[in-house]
Design a protein around this ligand. Structure first.
Ligand SMILES: *Cc1c(COP(=O)(O)O)cnc(C)c1O
Length: 411
């Protein structure tokens, strides 16, 4: 996918616009499966919350992926996209028991991360196999908001609660068919990951009926030049070897599962926005675009640094800019960034806009959500229309007031 293609898509479909490169999603998928080619049975469950457009789900289905879901609605989206229930794992946290029951009735793999829920579910549905999410208390990742394995985390059943967990399983006679961990996003250090994996193996030994071990995700992808990324190939080599040895000890071939979101779609995504104003102040030059944190919240929310390119003037002389959005409160995409000289009307391209970008967008300031386009074999395909005014008022129930401030309900 080239700069000129992106520029042409912004003309064809307008701005702001999300564009996803199918070839990049495919190559990341293949990279991951190649890294673990020595494992007899591998399952990739794409984490739907990263980017949940149905066409993206269908693309991943064609590649052979399953799905990792965290809400009943994501389960429904997956089924709607044509996934078999057996290819979907449901890993909720803090949801109602009724929602877990509803997912179980849809036939998806249930993953439980709380002892009280496990006890309740086991007592009521002893014959439905359940995976348990453990918390190995291994700290991975840089940003506190996306680290989920640490001691204060709300996720998973602590490995220190094993005796209690085993008692519940014994008392209910339930069938534990998988063990899961997800230590959080942005794993830099493979040794830390392997250390957490040992804890998962230790836990697994307590259960005789396992079918799979799920190592979650959290692979780090590069955001800017020279950024460190998880070395998937090295992780594949080391973990595959250890996993195969474990299966030997265990006496049965298990499936090794991962559930990457960011790794599969982050780099495939481009966010295009048009520069409305260039504003020289006493301290900086602002480039204000026709979007804001309503469409791409990660810089404001996590401090993430998306590389920004001026695709209307890619060869221009570089200058320093603060790139800001139009939301009426602090709305900064980037501070003091070197970008090729910007003129009003230019199109800026934000990189790594595939994961947690559109899926976290909102209508704040009563703006429409952008359109989404899939770039597939040299052509752009619209996969979500830009919102319009009807979308803003669709669910509103309007009451009227008469001249004496009486509410005159139409219902
Ligand atoms: C969010 C999430 C993932 C995906 O994480 P990435 O960092 O996007 O790869 C995987 N598993 C679970 C349970 C999650 O909540």
């Amino acid at each position: 996918m080239q700069t000129k293609d992106l520029l042409q898509l912004s003309e064809e479909f307008g701005s702001p616009l999300y564009v996803y490169d199918a070839a990049k999603i495919q190559s990341q998928y293949t990279r991951l499966t190649n890294a673990f080619s020595k494992v007899g049975s591998l399952r990739i469950n794409y984490a739907v919350k990263a980017l949940s457009n149905i066409s993206i789900l269908k693309l991943l289905k064609e590649l052979g992926s399953g799905l990792d879901t965290v809400s009943i609605q994501e389960v429904q989206l997956g089924l709607y996209a044509g996934f078999e229930p057996e290819k979907i794992i449901y890993t909720p946290n803090g949801v109602s028991f009724e929602e877990i029951e509803a997912a179980a009735h849809l036939g998806v793999q249930i993953n439980i991360d709380n002892l009280s829920v496990l006890e309740h579910f086991g007592a009521k549905y002893p014959s439905i196999p359940v995976c348990i999410r453990i918390n190995p208390h291994v700290m991975a990742g840089g940003n506190a908001n996306i680290s989920v394995g640490h001691i204060d985390s709300k996720f998973g059943i602590s490995v220190h609660q094993m005796p209690h967990l085993l008692r519940i399983v014994e008392n209910t006679g339930m069938n534990i068919n998988g063990i899961h961990m997800h230590t959080g996003s942005d794993i830099l250090d493979i040794e830390v990951f392997l250390y957490a994996a040992e804890i998962l193996f230790d836990t697994a030994k307590h259960f005789s009926n396992l079918e799979f071990l799920d190592f979650g995700s959290g692979f780090k992808v590069p955001y800017k030049k020279d950024d460190i990324e998880t070395n998937i190939e090295e992780l594949g080599k080391k973990l595959s070897k250890r996993f195969n040895a474990f299966c030997n000890e265990y006496g049965r071939e298990l499936t090794l599962a991962f559930e990457p979101g960011k790794f599969l779609v982050s780099e495939a995504g481009f966010f295009l926005a048009k520069v409305n104003v260039v504003k020289q102040t006493t301290s900086t030059v602002f480039a204000g675009v026709d979007s804001g944190f309503n469409h791409l919240i990660r810089p404001m929310f996590y401090g993430s640094q998306h590389h920004i390119e001026n695709i209307s003037n890619p060869k221009g002389k570089e200058r320093f800019y603060s790139v800001v959005g139009y939301i009426c409160e602090t709305d900064t995409f980037a501070n003091n960034r070197r970008i090729a000289e910007i003129k009003e009307g230019d199109i800026l391209c934000f990189r790594n806009a595939g994961a947690y970008c559109f899926s976290m967008s909102s209508n704040y300031n009563s703006r429409f959500k952008p359109a989404e386009v899939l770039w597939y074999e040299g052509k752009g395909h619209l996969i979500r229309e830009r919102e319009n005014f009807d979308d803003l008022i669709r669910n509103q129930v309007i009451v009227e007031f008469d001249k004496s401030y009486e509410l005159v309900s139409k219902n």
